[in-house]
Ligand binder design. Structure first.
Ligand code: UDX
Length: 447
């Protein structure tokens, strides 16, 4: 099939590369000429395992990038994968997405010179990949129709949310847990089925497909992320209770996970969730709910618990040492292992709290240092080249990201030194990754 993907950010690039790899002919459209040039060179602007390989394999063949919408009129499917940044109140800004929808509509109405035999009565399917709220779907549809003008009745909007995790986006796309098609017609559903057929076939047909309307499909995406974020906050809430009773929350979590109504995944309590999806999506659906007159009490609480975990980490530190003027190591800056993304990383509030206490902060991360340096530009923070270098002379270490290498630090902790007035240096582990050691006080956040 001929596919156009408008927007070459994280989602758009992954989608373009994976659809080309699935055998489709893909044109990626982006307004940024640098992004387009890099893509045509086989390079993604984002770091994602396997993505550059796919790009290199298919550019000059079934995948190309351009700044123009020329491919839209002849596309069997046009995806919109434009970012939806957050507004101050947590709602999402649909400006970029509505502009792209309008331009897509205009391109369809203008038609293409490339194919003079083109069926001018052909229907067009435009699929929103970006995460939009149910009321947002109507806005995008209206923008698409406005752009299409007299051709409005020939364009149909569908939604097809993605559930990709950073660090395994390509693999998640190729091996999905489910596909969600939100359409207003059997025609659109069938077209999406054909598009994803190679992925489903590769899994021997073993991919559940949810066929529903466009608004329900995007609600499924929000519910999915809100549920997972709340699951983490619930284990954190229970974990905070366990800590007060001297109980190991991981022992409790392992046991409750045996109940298959609960499930064993996403039960790791600690310093909380970060990243580009959970915080943003939970905020967006809360804002949309409020706008519609509903107070989402449980989701509000999930956010409050998540916001509180870095503070609890700092409280545990305070109980062991006064860190004013002292060297404190922050191990892990990325929001999770396997990525250099620091968006909403729990390391940010942790470092803020340390700076407020007058500590000399030294951060270490195997890949995210530059991004964190940019985030905290102007602040007096040292960045070490290794965890061992960060720990050298530190009175405390706060473990924020569960990079495997932190589990193997062993002797590295012996280079720490006790703060004045403290008996021992302290490790506050926010991810249960570090081994306890003699001579070093150890505090787990929920164990
Ligand atoms: C998430 C969803 O998993 C994905 O389906 C969606 O499309 C985008 O958001 P991602 O943000 O890449 O993906 O990361 P994920 O691996 O889900 O982790 C999110 C955060 O939760 C991380 O900060 C992680 O450390 C934290 N987490 C996860 C926990 O604190 N405890 C857990 O048990 C699991």
């Amino acid at each position: 099939m001929r596919v156009t993907v408008v927007g070459s950010g994280y989602v758009g690039t992954t989608l373009s590369a994976c659809l080309a790899d699935a055998g489709h002919d893909v044109t990626a459209v982006d307004i940024d000429p640098d992004v387009v040039a890099a893509l045509n060179d086989g390079r993604a602007a984002i770091h994602e395992p396997g993505l550059d390989d796919l790009l290199a394999k298919h550019v000059d063949g079934s995948l190309r990038a351009t700044t123009a919408y020329d491919s839209v009129p002849d596309a069997d499917v046009t995806f919109l994968a434009i970012g939806t940044p957050s507004n101050a109140d947590g709602s999402i800004d649909l400006g970029g997405l509505t502009a792209a929808a309008e331009m897509t509509g205009e391109a369809i109405a203008a038609g293409s010179d490339a194919d003079p035999d083109r069926d001018t009565a052909a229907r067009h399917l435009v699929v929103v990949k970006s995460t939009v709220t149910p009321p947002g779907v109507a806005e995008i549809r209206a923008a698409l129709r406005a752009g299409a003008g007299e051709a409005a009745d020939r364009v149909e909007l569908a939604t097809n949310p993605e559930f990709l995790r950073e660090g395994s986006a390509v693999d998640d796309f190729q091996h999905p847990d489910k596909l969600v098609f939100g359409t207003d017609s059997a025609w659109a559903t069938e077209r999406l089925e054909s598009l994803y057929d190679p992925i489903v076939a590769a899994a021997d047909g073993d991919v559940p497909i949810v066929r529903t309307d466009p608004e329900t499909a995007v609600m499924i995406k929000y519910a999915n992320n809100a549920f997972l974020a709340s699951k983490i906050s619930l284990v954190n809430d229970l974990g905070n209770i366990c800590k007060r009773f001297g109980i190991d929350a991981y022992e409790v979590a392992d046991a409750i996970g045996l109940d298959d109504r609960i499930g064993a995944k996403f039960l790791r309590s600690g310093v909380g969730y970060g990243g580009s999806c959970f915080p943003k999506d939970v905020d967006a659906i809360r804002a949309a709910a409020r706008e519609a007159g509903y107070e989402p009490a449980l989701l509000d609480a999930a956010v409050a618990v998540n916001d509180g975990q870095p503070e609890r980490m700092l409280d545990l530190l305070d109980a062991h040492a006064d860190v004013a003027g002292e060297r404190v190591a922050v191990l892990g800056l990325a929001f999770k292992p396997g990525t250099d993304d620091v968006r909403n990383s729990r390391a940010i509030p942790v470092i803020d709290g340390l700076l407020e206490r007058g500590a000399n902060v030294v951060g270490y991360d195997p890949v995210a240092t530059e991004n964190m340096r940019e985030h905290f530009s102007g602040e007096d923070i040292e960045y070490a080249d290794s965890a061992a270098a960060a720990l050298d002379g530190a009175v405390a270490a706060l473990v924020v990201t569960d990079w495997d290498e932190f589990a193997a630090l062993d002797d590295g902790f012996d280079a720490m030194t006790a703060a004045p007035g403290s008996a021992e240096p302290v490790v506050v582990d926010g991810r249960r990754i570090v081994e306890r050691r003699d001579g070093i006080a150890y505090e787990g956040l929920t164990w």
